[in-house]
Design a protein around this ligand. Structure first.
Ligand code: UT7
Length: 323
């Protein structure tokens, strides 16, 4: 049976490294607290890069890795909650920059689950035959919507982009389980800065466009939802969690990843991590991690992989695939 398969990966992070020690000069925090509670040591912060420029660099790396030409791409999806502009969308900007003239292009926002939702969407287009070659990108410049005076959030996030090329193949994505719970949206928010109009009766001038999070609620949600979706997918595929060679979870917190490993009774070594270097890069975290593993030669054909994302919305999504 035909499915879709990742045939190339790429990623790009800004060059500027900001350490925990750097942040302790901005807010009342310290390296020990951040490392112990999150596992994060450094993060990359955009100085001249934008969400588009990060996405373009990741895309070009993925195109090269897949040995395809940009004009073969007929679908570009960018997952981001930090686009540079509302219009044109990020995916159209990427199309222009890389010369993917035959693609149709849109952005998708599912916060930290964005890459999973985007890959799922591309998979459906490829399976239906409406697309032949998809470019799926997760790209964020979260540093621009952070309140750099809020120690509970500013230590967590980083900027970056990861990309994959996906094509029809006889093996690849096996199963997907995504979901949303809008009733718990208030746990992770970032409002737009609204312009006032001459006709508006409400005063939105006090609404600040910063990311706000109830960390403990998101933590509990992740530790419950991620194992639940993984177990559903492995059961449906008639395999056990120990048969998965590589777990690539959204890189939010090492304690979440360790708690998931424990619940699944799988060795922590099977859970790849790079959050110590980049922090939480939202929709970019899974494709950046995937690209690092791919380029290190750690992924062997036909091995089982799990991708799992969770975040604002609330949203979640897990993909079981064979490399
Ligand atoms: O990508 C979207 C998904 N996001 C996530 O998955 C995030 C999930 N949540 C988390 O990772 C964790 O909840 C955090 C890392 C955000 C926070 O860790 P926590 O263990 O839940 O800490 P807490 O919020 O309960 O705070 C504990 C204490 C508080 O002090 P008191 O009230 O006990 O005196 C905080 O004020 O730590 C304090 N605190 C800090 N101290 C030093 C909060 N932030 C900091 C900080 N440095 N940066």
């Amino acid at each position: 049976m035909m499915t879709s398969r990742i045939i190339g990966t790429g990623s790009f992070v800004p060059t500027k490294t900001v350490s925990n020690f750097d942040l302790s000069e901005l807010v009342d925090t310290n390296n020990d607290w951040i490392v112990e509670r999150t596992g994060i040591v450094n993060r990359r912060i955009a100085q001249t890069d934008s969400t588009v420029s990060l996405a373009v660099k990741a895309a070009l790396a993925a195109i090269e890795n897949a040995s395809i030409k940009p004009d073969e791409i007929d679908l570009i999806i960018v997952a981001t909650f930090t686009p540079d502009n509302a219009m044109p969308n990020t995916a159209c900007e990427v199309q222009k920059a890389i010369g993917a003239y035959h693609a149709f292009c849109f952005d998708l926002n599912a916060a930290c689950s964005g890459f999973i939702y985007a890959l799922q969407t591309a998979h459906v287009y490829l399976k239906s035959g409406m697309s032949q070659t998809a470019l799926v990108i997760g790209a964020e410049t979260i540093s621009r919507i952070i309140d750099w005076k809020d120690r509970s959030t500013c230590i967590l996030f980083g900027d970056g982009a990861g990309a994959v090329i996906v094509k029809q193949d006889s093996h690849g994505i096996i199963d997907i389980l995504s979901g949303s719970d809008g009733s718990k949206g208030e746990f992770l928010t970032q409002p737009y800065a609204h312009l006032t109009t001459p006709f508006s009766n409400s005063d939105s001038s006090s609404i600040l466009p910063y990311l706000k999070m109830d960390g403990q609620e998101i933590f509990k949600f992740a530790v419950r939802k991620v194992p639940e979706t993984i177990l559903t997918l492995t059961t449906r595929a008639n395999i056990t969690p120990t048969q998965i060679q590589h777990y690539l979870l959204h890189q939010a917190n090492k304690r979440i990843i360790h708690a998931v490993a424990k619940r699944l009774q799988v060795k922590e070594e099977c859970f790849s991590m790079n959050l110590e270097k980049y922090g939480n890069t939202s929709a970019a975290s899974i494709p950046i991690l995937l690209d690092e593993l791919n380029r290190m030669g750690k992924l062997k054909e036909k091995e089982y992989l799990i991708f799992s994302g969770f975040g604002g919305g609330l949203t979640w999504g897990t993909i079981l695939l064979q490399w």
